[in-house]
Design a protein. Structure first.
Length: 184
């Protein structure tokens, strides 16, 4: 049974932003991109947290299990630095890892910067939630979302999340013909 309430989580993972020493640019970039991509109404659940694995895990669990976010996007903490633990936290709370998302995002980012090979971002599912780790740079967030978002609504359909409709002039979702249906 598909959930009709659309809740989307946005998590910025940054020690400095969580302490107010640095302006969060990633969270607003994710929110703006999704606002352009989706039709209809939805509820945003935004968080700015420190690079602490247990805190990241708890935040992802809260957004998925308590708030019922069908989509949770994270930014930050995906590089090779010692404090970068977002992929580990994501993997720890996911039921399934979806390697194709990470492969496609890195391939897209490599078109712009050779350091994209350092990115360890992943994606996976937790119950009826799809969690996607994105890069920290706002322009890279948009590039990566554009590369993977066509598959996001159908993925969320398959895990019984909310039915997402896209603004086709911005990004067109792909659903197999047998899966097409009228939005609830």
């Amino acid at each position: 049974m598909q959930n009709n309430q659309i809740n989307i989580g946005f998590v910025t993972i940054s020690d400095r932003a969580s302490r107010g020493e640095y302006q969060d640019l990633g969270g607003p970039a994710m929110l703006d991109w999704v606002s352009q991509a989706l039709k209809g109404s939805w509820q945003a659940h935004s968080r700015v947290i420190a690079d602490e694995q247990s805190l990241i895990e708890a935040t992802l669990i809260e957004l998925a299990d308590v708030h019922g976010c069908s989509l949770i996007l994270t930014t930050g903490g995906t590089g090779p630095a010692k404090r970068d633990v977002t992929p580990e936290a994501t993997a720890a709370v996911c039921d399934k890892i979806l390697d194709g998302f990470a492969e496609q995002m890195r391939a897209q980012s490599l078109k712009y910067v050779p350091t994209a090979i350092l990115s360890r971002q992943i994606a996976g599912t937790r119950g009826a939630s799809l969690i996607i780790n994105l890069p920290g740079k706002p322009s890279a967030i948009g590039e990566c979302l554009a590369a993977v978002f066509p598959a996001v609504p159908y993925c969320i359909d398959l895990i019984d999340g909310a039915y997402l409709e896209t603004n086709d002039e911005f990004v067109k979702a792909f659903r197999p013909k047998h899966a097409l249906k009228i939005a609830p």
